[in-house]
Design a protein around this ligand. Structure first.
Ligand code: KIV
Ligand code: NA
Length: 265
């Protein structure tokens, strides 16, 4: 796929090719992630944690998401860029949801949006889809509802919550969402959803039976080091490497080793 579209993702599922997805919040990171061949880049509201240092995803604003998204879009040539609508910009009513959606699409140049939730936000999603904006769903552990859950542990272990999740996934497919993220739910349930709906299911902490995987890039390259859930595979330990290198720089400045005569004019 020379350029990834929502249609490419559907074809990947049909052909059994797994979909790769990572977050990015800025131009430089987006350029690296895109060049490495990642199919979907998510401008996640996890920027609230990773970029701004908030405890939860709730405080990030629509303006801040638009800023991150526009930075990412400028760094991407191939990937599909999906942006999270942040907490409070789509839940109250469908007209507000559409207005928020239009602002992100117009002001950032992104390709699609992601919204957390099922039937509670059905009308908002329908309105956005009706305006021609592709929507990705997000079910399971939806971090904007953390104060409802009270904990970041695995969701939908009980039958009632699992049944609702399956119903919500089928509803999202029916109204026209192009994909769904399933976060932190049992692998057997996620596999079942991926088998029962035709649109791609992208998992995070949802096992290998789904159609693709997403991680927060800063976690995956080990730039963060305090967050270590079981589902996270760390490919680098950048926190260690960077603190070491930066410590070395401090030493070199203090000892007058840097700059040397070849590093000056
Ligand atoms: O904001 C985010 O990073 C996300 C992914 C973890 C799916 O929503
Ligand atoms: Na998110």
């Amino acid at each position: 796929y020379k350029i990834v579209t929502t249609k490419s993702l559907f074809d990947m599922k049909q052909n059994g090719e797994k979909i790769s997805m990572l977050t990015a919040y800025d131009y430089t990171m987006a350029k690296i992630v895109d060049s490495a061949g990642v199919d979907v880049i998510l401008v996640g509201d996890s920027a609230s944690n990773v970029m701004a240092g908030h405890e939860t995803t709730l405080p990030i604003t629509l303006d801040q998401m638009i800023y991150h998204a526009s930075c990412v879009v400028r760094g991407v040539d191939r990937a599909l860029v999906v942006v999270d609508l942040p907490f409070g910009t789509y839940q109250s009513d469908s007209k507000k949801a559409l207005e928020s959606a239009i602002r992100v699409m117009k002001e950032s140049g992104a390709h699609a949006l992601k919204l957390e939730g099922g039937k509670e936000i059905k009308e908002g999603i329908k309105k956005i889809l009706g305006a021609g904006v592709p929507v990705m769903g997000h079910l399971g552990l939806t971090p904007q509802s953390i104060y409802k859950f009270g904990t970041y542990t695995v969701r939908a272990k009980e039958d009632a919550e699992a049944e609702k999740l399956i119903e919500d996934a089928k509803m999202l497919e029916k109204i026209g969402c192009f994909a769904i993220v399933l976060e932190k739910i049992p692998a057997t349930l996620a596999t079942r959803v991926a088998q029962e709906v035709s649109i791609p299911i992208i998992g995070i902490g949802a096992g290998g039976g789904v159609d693709g995987q997403v991680l927060v890039v800063h976690d995956m390259i080990g730039m963060t080091h305090e967050f270590s859930p079981k589902f996270l595979r760390r490919y680098m330990n950048l926190y260690e490497d960077m603190t070491k290198s930066i410590g070395q720089y401090v030493d070199d400045v203090k000892s007058k080793d840097f700059p040397n005569t070849t590093e000056q004019y």
